[in-house]
Design a protein around this ligand. Structure first.
Ligand code: T3D
Length: 264
């Protein structure tokens, strides 16, 4: 029997989701897209899930689209816009909008859409041996899955152009020093560090973290005045959560807070 393309493990307060087509460096076919969508939908509807950890099986994180599916189309040209509408764009929107932190543990090469899926997560940890490749230009394509949006914002215009147009691999250490990712860690420490972060998020004020995600995303297009108004509105919402009350109480009582993660 074929291995499932996505593995999900329920941990205490978070879920570990593994891309699982290692023989193809975890590149995406339709079955993997569908299974990942189901895994994310399920995590979102589980009130006890307060963080998600995404990683890849084997030596790679994800090599983007499985190109062997594109060869199979023969003379008939594939409509790549259709796949992007059906799968990649909804995936990126979902990852960005999940109401809890999404941590990626980039265990090996992250190429094409695989790189941009990682870069659209909240906290990106990478093994020192991993590399990020905007592979698209090598096959005549345009960075997708939010690549042209995140790259200039994370590393600036000059580096974004170099990465997108030269398609050269960027090692994890350099990705960290350029500000593309949160942290590069020794390979042996990757999963331990990522799981530690998720365990920390699993006891954090989740509703407040979801509001932080909203505020930072909105800042990309807002004016400073709009952003100040948004911060006021979101702070009002945050101030109504039980975790805010608990955070203040715990601080005043000099004890560790006991956050529920709930909105109300
Ligand atoms: O089509 C649409 O729907 C539009 C959406 C597009 C989104 C995209 O992601 S387009 C970009 C697609 N991805 C790529 O172009 C990356 C292709 N892969 C590579 O450039 C290299 O494999 C890597 C840089 C990722 C890794 O290189 P390396 O030397 O470490 O490994 P390798 O030997 O090239 O690959 C190992 C195996 O995985 C190999 O198979 P084999 O020879 O052992 O049987 C290779 O063919 C396979 N593999 C790697 N990437 C893909 C793949 N098979 C199918 N599709 C892949 N994307």
């Amino acid at each position: 029997m074929d291995e499932p393309p996505i593995l999900v493990e329920k941990r205490d307060g978070y879920r570990l989701v593994t891309l699982n087509r290692p023989q193809r460096l975890n590149s995406f076919n339709e079955a993997m897209h569908q299974a990942l969508k189901a895994a994310l939908d399920e995590a979102e509807s589980d009130g006890s899930c307060r963080a998600l950890l995404l990683t890849g099986a084997g030596r790679g994180f994800c090599a983007g689209q499985d190109l062997s599916d594109r060869l199979a189309s023969g003379d008939k040209k594939p409509d790549l816009g259709a796949t992007i509408s059906a799968y990649y764009n909804p995936l990126i929107r979902k990852l960005r909008a999940l109401p809890f932190p999404v941590v990626t543990a980039v265990n090996g090469v992250a190429a094409g859409a695989g790189a941009n899926i990682a870069l659209n997560c909240d906290i990106v940890l990478a093994a020192r041996s991993a590399k990020f490749v905007q592979a698209f230009a090598k096959i005549g394509l345009v960075p997708d899955s939010g690549g042209t949006w995140v790259l200039p914002r994370l590393v600036g215009a000059a580096r974004a152009r170099g990465l997108a147009m030269l398609a050269e691999p960027l090692p994890a250490d350099k990705a960290e020093s350029w500000g593309l990712i949160w942290k590069a860690v020794d390979d042996a420490d990757l999963m331990g560090e990522a799981e530690k972060l998720c365990a920390q998020f699993a006891t954090a004020p989740t509703a407040g973290l979801a509001l932080i995600k909203r505020a930072l995303d909105a800042s990309e297009t807002n004016t400073v005045d709009q952003q100040l108004d948004l911060e006021r509105d979101l702070q009002r919402e945050a101030g109504n959560t039980p975790d805010y009350a608990e955070g203040v109480r715990a601080f005043m009582e000099k004890r560790a807070p006991n956050f529920t993660g709930r909105k109300g």
